[in-house]
Design a protein around this ligand. Structure first.
Ligand code: RM4
Ligand code: MN
Length: 386
């Protein structure tokens, strides 16, 4: 295989998972601007996700969020997905929207609240059994707002205990993906604030527990690619929640704020063998002012572009320059790849996959946006309310 053919082959097999909640209404704490045509239920979210997959060819799975995507029959929902060429992906738990969780969920000082939270996580594993999902994705809003509010160390013990119970419940081919986030909604001490804390818990739990890196969950200036390289080296990188940010957890389209960072991350993924390993490339975004489906298509394309550039890095030349201590030469090899216009290559990839080379244009021409605006009238639009 020529190098170009190998790059194209890798791009064809990459899969990006889209989040069900990105198809629904979302906003900031100031205002949610509802959009016409937004799905009213999980099935309609899947119908929209199927369009993203139809026009990109690389978005075959959809992550669910429970209870936002609660249905009576999960096997039937999985079939609805299958009929549209999709599969259900990670099951995301939600222990941050119940009144009981004011002081935390699995880290709450009251054992009864912790029980409620763990039961919800176990319910999510049950849903995975029904949908065939492999990953349970855990993000905890737990934390404290004031020094002394609760015992930092005791909260870690409670977290460990809860995670261990859920870990035991996992099937052989199921994983637990633990996400960290520096701050928000807790402003003093978050209970899983960083990759080190998540890693320590996952290491203790065992091989089915892995860390998930949400690119919006770090302090400004954090070298995320270093974290990615380290977790891959330790075989603890379970996946990504991709999005981009200018300030905090902005949840903007991935690659919009800093395509260079996305490229650096993808380079470390490839360098660490992450493309061929079980790393889940998920999006976790909110489209507050822009049209949702095309924004998700654009995000998938941005991941592909960063991946293509990272695949084009001349590894032997980079290695040689690094060994020779050629600082500028090594940097130039990386920047050459980043500076490559990969859009023609991706157009070729899409044509070879039997797709329109221009996913954004093809979606716009498809009439789907007009169809859902006309048909999805009445009912309750999906959002974060559940
Ligand atoms: C959180 C976190 C989770 C996602 C929710 C919607 O900030 O990133 O991954 O489930 O948002
Ligand atoms: Mn996330």
């Amino acid at each position: 295989m020529t190098e170009r053919a190998a790059v194209k082959a890798a791009l064809k097999t990459q899969a990006v998972e889209t989040p069900s909640w990105a198809y629904g209404n979302s906003g900031t704490r100031f205002k949610v601007f509802a959009q016409q045509g937004v799905p009213r239920d999980p099935r309609e979210k899947l119908d929209d996700a199927a369009k993203v997959h139809e026009f990109t060819g690389v978005a075959p799975t959809v992550a669910l969020h429970i209870p936002w995507d609660k249905v009576d029959d999960y096997a039937a929902l999985a079939r609805h997905a299958e009929d549209r060429g999709l599969r259900l992906g990670a099951i995301n738990s939600n222990t941050f929207q119940d009144d009981a969780y004011r002081l935390g969920s699995v880290c709450h000082p009251d054992a009864a609240v912790r029980r409620k939270a763990v039961d919800h996580l176990l319910e999510c594993v049950g849903i995975m059994d029904a949908t065939g999902s492999k990953d349970l994705k855990l993000w905890f809003a737990d934390g404290t707002n004031y020094p002394g509010q609760d015992d930092i160390r005791a909260r870690q013990d409670r977290l460990a205990e809860a995670l261990a119970e859920v870990y035991e419940r996992l099937g052989d081919d199921q994983r637990m993906l633990l996400e960290y986030k520096l701050f928000e909604p807790a402003f003093y001490a978050t209970d899983v604030p960083d990759w080190g804390t998540a890693y320590a818990h996952c290491l203790k739990l065992g091989p089915k527990a892995q860390v998930v890196v949400d690119t919006g969950h770090h302090a400004p200036g954090t070298n995320i690619e270093f974290i990615v390289a380290t977790l891959l080296r330790e075989e603890k990188l379970g996946g990504f929640d991709f999005n981009s940010r200018f300030y905090a957890d902005d949840d903007l389209m991935v690659g919009a704020a800093d395509p260079f960072q996305l490229f650096r991350i993808m380079y470390e993924v490839i360098r660490g063998g992450g493309l061929s390993r079980d790393v889940a490339f998920m999006l976790d975004q909110c489209h507050n002012v822009e049209a949702k489906i095309p924004a998700i298509i654009r995000s998938v394309m941005n991941v592909q572009e960063a991946t293509a550039k990272a695949l084009l890095v001349d590894r032997p030349a980079l290695d040689e320059a690094q060994r020779a201590g050629d600082v500028l030469g090594a940097n130039a090899v990386l920047m050459d790849a980043f500076g490559t216009d990969v859009r023609p290559l991706l157009r070729e990839v899409r044509e070879e996959m039997g797709l329109d080379p221009d996913p954004m244009g093809a979606y716009a021409r498809s009439g789907w946006a007009e169809k859902i605006v006309a048909e999805r009238v009445g009912g309750q639009q999906a959002g974060w309310g559940a």
